[in-house]
Each structure stands twice: as C-alpha cells, then as structure tokens.
Design a protein around this ligand. Sequence first.
Ligand SMILES: *[C@@H]1O[C@H](CO)[C@@H](O)[C@H](O)[C@H]1NC(C)=O
Ligand SMILES: *[C@@H]1O[C@H](CO)[C@@H](O)[C@H](O)[C@H]1NC(C)=O
Ligand SMILES: *[C@@H]1O[C@H](CO)[C@@H](O)[C@H](O)[C@H]1NC(C)=O
Ligand SMILES: *[C@@H]1O[C@H](CO)[C@@H](O)[C@H](O)[C@H]1NC(C)=O
Ligand SMILES: *[C@@H]1O[C@H](CO)[C@@H](O)[C@H](O)[C@H]1NC(C)=O
Ligand SMILES: *[C@@H]1O[C@H](CO)[C@@H](O)[C@H](O)[C@H]1NC(C)=O
Ligand SMILES: *[C@@H]1O[C@H](CO)[C@@H](O)[C@H](O)[C@H]1NC(C)=O
Length: 512
Amino acid sequence: MQGRDKLCAKLTSAFLRKWWFVLASAVVLLLLGIICAIFFGTWVRLFIDHELVLRPGSMTFEWWARPPVRPFIRVYVYNVTNADEFLNNGSKPVLNELGPYVYSEEWEKVNITDNENGTLSFNYRRTYTFQPELSAGPDDDAVVVPNIPMLSATSQSKHAARFLRLAMASIMDILKIKPFVEVSVGQLLWGYEDPLLKLAKDVVSKEQKLPYEEFGLLYGKNGTSPDVVTMFTGADDMSNYGIFQRYNMRERLPHWTTDQCNSISGSDGSIFPPHITKNDTLRVYDKDLCRLLPLRYLEDVETSAGVEGYRFTPPEDVFAADEHNRCFCPAGPPCAPDGLFNVSLCQYDSPIMLSFPHFYLADPALREAVEGISPPVPEDHRLFIDVQPEMGIAMRARARIQINLAVSQVLDIKQVANFPDIVFPIMWFEEGIDSLPAEVTSLLRLATRAPPLARAALGWGLSALGLLLILLAVTCLIRSSHRQSTLRLEGAALARQPPKQPSKDALELGRR
Ligand SMILES: *[C@@H]1O[C@H](CO)[C@@H](O)[C@H](O)[C@H]1NC(C)=O
Ligand SMILES: *[C@@H]1O[C@H](CO)[C@@H](O)[C@H](O)[C@H]1NC(C)=O
Ligand SMILES: *[C@@H]1O[C@H](CO)[C@@H](O)[C@H](O)[C@H]1NC(C)=O
Ligand SMILES: *[C@@H]1O[C@H](CO)[C@@H](O)[C@H](O)[C@H]1NC(C)=O
Ligand SMILES: *[C@@H]1O[C@H](CO)[C@@H](O)[C@H](O)[C@H]1NC(C)=O
Ligand SMILES: *[C@@H]1O[C@H](CO)[C@@H](O)[C@H](O)[C@H]1NC(C)=O
Ligand SMILES: *[C@@H]1O[C@H](CO)[C@@H](O)[C@H](O)[C@H]1NC(C)=O
C-alpha cells in the first residue's frame, strides 16, 4: 500500500498531474502491441523475401552459386546373370541388384550473367568423384547389361522397311554386336565406346547426328553443362523465385501436346518460392526427366539438425496411364504402361522409360516380368524433398529414378529375334543431400523459431506494458481523486471545529 501510494504520488507529481499523458502513452503501447501481433508475420515475410532475392554479392547469392552442400549420387545396377538362357531358352531374366556405387558431387553455377530484368543466366557445373569406401565395390566391377544402343536401334527399326532391318542385321553381324554387353559400372555410367554409335556418327545425315560416339547413362554429366539456363531471381516477383524461365533459349518443351505439359516453370529442386503451405504443389524441372515433376505435401519432418520442415513427394498418379497424362503420349495410344514415363523424345528416340526404383507406383506385372527385384518399399524407393517452408530451401532430398529400356521384339534381326517385348530395368539411382552445413542450419533454425518468439514477446510485452500503465494511471487517478475529496471533506470539518488530534491522512500528508 505504502509503495503504491508513493509510486502514485511520484507519477502524479512527475507528470504534473497530466494523467492523460500516462493514459495516452499506455494506449499507444497497447495499440503498438496489437499492431505487432497482427503485422509482425508480414514484416518477417517481407524481410525474408528481401534477403532471399538472388542479388550478385549477397549471401544467398553466394550460397546459390556455390552451394555449401555435399550432394551424392548412389547408383544400383541390375546385373543380368542369365543372359544366355534368357535369349536361348526363353527364361525370365534373372537380375542381381549391385550397389550402391557412390559418387560425391560438387555443384556450382558458372558463367552467371545478370540480365537486369529479374533473371540470371548461367550454366550448371557438376563434378563427380567416386567414393570407394562408401560403395559396395570398385567402379570397375564388371556387369552384364542390355546393349542399349543396339536395342534402341532394333526397336526403332520395327516400323522401317524390311530391307533396312536385314541390312542392320548384317552390319551387326560384321561388327559382332550382341544384345548384352559386359562393361564396368564406371563405363556404363560415364561412357564406353560403342561401335554402333561410332558408325551412326559417320553415316547418319548431319541434322540427325548423334552428339557423341560413346555411350553412358551419365555421359557428359561430369563437368560444365552446355545448356544455358535462365532463372528468375525473385527481384520482381517472389512467386517465381528460383523458377526456370528458359532452358537453352526455349521457354517450353517442344515434345508434348499441351502447353501445360510443355511447361518448364519449375525449379531445380534446391530452392522454391518461399512461404510454402501444405496445400501447395511444388514443381521441379529436370532436363532428363523431360517434364515438370509435381510434388505434394506428405508429412511433417525434422532434419537431423533439428529444423522442422515439410516432406514433399510426387503424387501417386504422377506416371499413371490416365487421362491427365495423355498429353505426354503424342504418338499413342497405346501409351506407356502404368507407372512408366516415356522419355524417348528427349533421348534421341531411344526407347528409354523412367520409373521409380523397383517399379514403385507402377504395374506389379513389370516387376514380375523379371526375377531378382524385391517389392518396392516407399521409404527406400520414394522420391522426396524436405523443404523449410518459410524460406523454401531444400534441406534433405532423394531424387530416386530407375532407368528402363522398352525393348520391342524384331524377328527380322536374328541377333535379337529371341529378345521378347519387355521393359528391361537397367539401373536406378538416388541423388540427394542429407543435410545443410551448420551455418545455414542455424540460420534456418533462427528463421523458424525467432519470428514467432519475437512476435509473441513484442506483441504481448507491449500490450502488457500498456495495460499495466493504464491500470496504474487509473488506480492513481481514483486514489488521488479519493484523497482530494477526503482532504476537502476534512478541510471543511477542520474549518468548523479545530481538531484536537490530526487525522491519519493529514499526518501522512504532513510527513510528505
Ligand atoms: C554380373 O553377372 C555376371 C554373370 O552374368 C558375373 O560374371 C559378374 O561377376 C557379375 N558382376 C558382379 C560385380 O557381381
Ligand atoms: C532350357 O530349358 C530346358 C527346359 O525348359 C532345360 O532343360 C535346359 O536346361 C535349359 N537350358 C539352359 C541352358 O538353361
Ligand atoms: C562461358 O560461356 C562462354 C561462351 O558462352 C564459354 O566459351 C565459356 O567456356 C564459358 N565459361 C565457363 C566457365 O563455362
Ligand atoms: C530477360 O533478359 C534475358 C536476356 O536478354 C531474356 O532471355 C529473358 O527472356 C528476359 N526475361 C524476361 C522475363 O523478360
Ligand atoms: C569428373 O571430372 C573430374 C575432373 O574434371 C575428374 O577428376 C573426375 O575423376 C571425374 N569423375 C568421374 C566419375 O569421371
Ligand atoms: C487448399 O486447396 C483447396 C483447393 O485446391 C482449397 O479448397 C482449400 O481451401 C485450400 N486450403 C487452404 C488451407 O488453403
Ligand atoms: C514412346 O514415345 C515414342 C515417341 O512418342 C513413341 O514412338 C513410342 O511408341 C512410345 N513408346 C511406348 C511404349 O509407348
């Protein structure tokens, strides 16, 4: 009581009985608190957007140009163990999944030019290094796989004139080309000289010329990509952040039947437009995938470094043989079987079909057509990206794809006359990152945890302070008015009859 009285007295005298001043500041504080609580989220968004924009020289730009991450690719090869029985005796192919063969990657963007219109143009540079200690064996392990250049050529000749097929058969005879080749894992990935490609390079007309005479599933990927990519920086519009505008001067793909399916308006999977909600569809464009890959929310996750995020994964019908994928089948029907994606138009007409590993989400008959592939497990074979939703940064990712060859039986070519119509799995890989470096993670953690805390602290703190002041001012007002009326009353009483004993209040007043 004593303390509060003193405070009141101080307040009233300090503000020269301008109680309205105290009240006004209290109301201002209260309003500020409420405004903070309401608009703080928007301010944080604006701040994040401002920081994310890829401006040459900024920290995000440096991280984007030379990502401080340790990506890797793990390759699993299906080794054919009964090639002869398969060809001569009609048995199912027996496959033995070998791997992983692990390569670490280094990502970089080179030749970056700022177009001054909210876009950057650049080339990707990726360097792969074999990691023997993380792999199941050396990358010179010998494997037996279908001869992809040969089977592509024979499958393509199915609708050609018969004499062409016969000519092909004799050329293959002379060159001793067989439907299966024994190569090392490294050769299968990074390239080996192929007699057919070498021949084609010399014979085929200039326009149709294949760009190389070696064949490898990742051929030419080690090093600077010749593709010039133009990407939005977010300077004009954050909803385009990290999205490709052009890929090799093209704004859309030429292969498919609708504009929507030809769109390349996706990111490369490392950054996305920020402020992602569980309702959003993220889009990733990859040149070898030959289309946009949509990703939808699957579940909440937490990375090993303790940052919360959302896991996004392709919808289950992404490669389904249904109406919404009709645009990806310009020559059909018939179209690719359920769960396969026909990329032959992007692969120089080779009958390459992509799927998820172990034919996850595909027709089980495809897996049962061969022996040695275990049933798919979503945890091991699903493609996913974990994003930090506020900043749209990928924190962990597994891009998992299986490469298959859709062989058509061609009876006129004796070398492959016994090779039935089959979707032959060749290999699958997972490319990804496990974690971001500590400096990025701590920033992400700060970005997720600090804003709600700061907002609560500011909002509640200011409001509470305002309320406290109002309460104080009101109490003081009531007290002082009460005291004044008491004083006036006592004063009146005093005037009527002089006191023998001063009242308690009067004494106190005197003491002050
Ligand atoms: C792959 O299969 C062949 C038999 O077809 C075998 O000779 C070879 O050793 C196998 N490769 C590995 C790495 O096991
Ligand atoms: C081919 O199949 C027959 C029975 O269908 C079997 O007896 C024979 O051993 C097989 N040959 C080879 C090389 O596997
Ligand atoms: C940058 O582009 C030019 C021409 O487009 C090319 O000659 C050069 O090799 C490129 N530099 C790098 C580092 O890729
Ligand atoms: C920005 O400029 C580049 C280079 O001049 C051009 O290729 C691109 O289409 C432009 N983008 C926009 C959105 O105007
Ligand atoms: C990729 O290229 C680098 C040099 O540019 C080389 O050191 C490395 O061995 C290559 N990786 C593979 C897997 O060929
Ligand atoms: C999610 O999207 C659906 C339709 O796409 C919409 O009806 C719904 O309101 C959205 N929910 C939220 C929380 O935005
Ligand atoms: C794959 O696409 C090509 C080009 O559109 C087409 O010729 C081929 O028949 C397709 N393959 C299948 C199995 O649908």
